[in-house]
Design a protein around this ligand. Structure first.
Ligand code: TRP
Length: 360
């Protein structure tokens, strides 16, 4: 019988702030689905604080605060510590050890070609060769995150595909160089549609980001949500209600594509049967932005209400948050330790085990 490859999921987030609804449709939703899929043997979710420090090393306060906030985000959307091991990256030293060995297998020019690293270097304004080495090599460290758990699937946004590609190359190179099959090639798991893949900011910009002030956080209260939705970017050419409006690039409709469920119309806007009817009316003219925004507010508020309630519970029970991270990190160390032992064996640097055999 052919050996079935074990299904293992791993993904992670940089703790540089709270998570927002873009994170939800881009990755958290996929994790919730996989944690309930019985064909998955293990599910790991990592708070990648060491990676966050590669470009926030001078702001430890922010990273420390965000580690706890991201853990609260995980628990409030329904990641369940009984099913998902939640771990803190810096508490798993095996990951950093793997990185040292993988660094031998990657050239400087290969990292320089990584499009995500390229654009991030540009965005952060590092001139010439002034990129910190830690930042420059984070794709290699991310390959350690993934391979330490022998992850077969990694739910992330498409901007992470170059990281996955780099990781697969390291896997192949390692297995070839050391003539083994210790490491496993991961696959990316992308969101189901375009709206979820690239949820824009509330101002219509390509990405939600804290610095642009165009995010809706999973922890936003009702009034904050209302204000943000009511001031969202729509179709700048749609001036009067009777004017025909555009759907493409209209952020309110993009959010509806990502969040609106069938039964929302019955509850909040019974004049329409579904999203297609609403869109058609908007395109014809005669449907005002305010009405669509009020509907979107209801949709998002219904989605965020149980998340807020769970967050309030865990804020009042920090010991449960700490326990989830402690147990998740301990499980992670076991798995990563096992892989590291196999890696060292393949590289023939497991001296004491070898000598114990050889000279017994
Ligand atoms: N680079 C990822 C991001 O910016 C975060 C991350 C760190 C990650 N380690 C990972 C994602 C391992 C997937 C797997 O979102």
């Amino acid at each position: 019988m052919a050996e079935q490859k074990k299904k293992i999921m791993l993904t992670g987030d940089r703790p540089t702030g709270r998570l927002h609804i873009g994170h939800y449709v881009g990755s958290l939703r996929q994790r919730l689905e996989l944690q309930d899929d019985p064909s998955y043997e293990k599910v790991f979710v990592m708070i990648a604080d060491a990676q966050a420090l590669t470009d926030n090393f001078d702001n430890p306060e922010k990273v420390k605060e965000s580690v706890f906030q991201v853990a609260l985000d995980y628990l409030s959307v329904g990641l369940d510590p009984k099913k998902t091991h939640m771990l803190i990256q810096s508490e798993v030293p095996e990951l950093h050890e793997l990185t040292v060995y993988y660094m031998n297998l990657v050239t400087v020019s290969r990292v320089q070609r990584n499009p995500t690293v390229k654009s991030e270097i540009k965005m952060r304004g590092f001139a010439g060769d002034s990129v910190p080495v830690g930042f420059f090599t984070y794709p290699i460290s991310q390959a350690s995150d993934i391979t330490a758990f022998k992850a077969t699937i990694v739910p992330v946004g498409e901007d992470q595909e170059p990281m996955l590609e780099q990781c697969r190359e390291i896997v192949r190179s390692f297995n070839r160089t050391y003539n083994c099959d210790v490491l496993v090639e991961p696959e990316i798991y992308l969101p189901p549609n375009d709206a979820c893949l690239r949820l824009p900011g509330t101002d219509g910009q390509a990405k939600m980001s804290k610095s642009l002030g165009n995010t809706i956080y999973l922890s936003d209260d009702e009034e904050t949500l209302r204000k943000k939705v009511m001031s969202m970017f729509t179709d700048p050419g749609h001036l009067r209600v009777e004017d025909p409006g555009k759907i493409e690039g209209n952020t309110v409709f993009t959010y509806l594509d990502a969040f609106c469920k069938e039964d929302a119309f019955e509850k909040y806007l019974p004049e329409y049967k579904n999203l297609d009817e609403l869109k058609a009316h908007y395109q014809r003219g005669g449907l005002g932005d305010v009405k669509v925004k009020k509907f979107l507010f209801e949709v998002l508020n219904e989605f965020l209400t149980p998340i807020r309630e769970k967050r309030a519970y865990f804020e009042a029970h920090p010991e449960e948050v700490i326990a989830a991270l402690t147990e998740g990190t301990a499980e992670a160390r076991k798995a990563a330790g096992q892989t590291l032992a196999e890696v060292k064996h393949a590289m023939q640097i497991d001296y004491f085990e070898r000598w114990a055999e050889e000279y017994k």
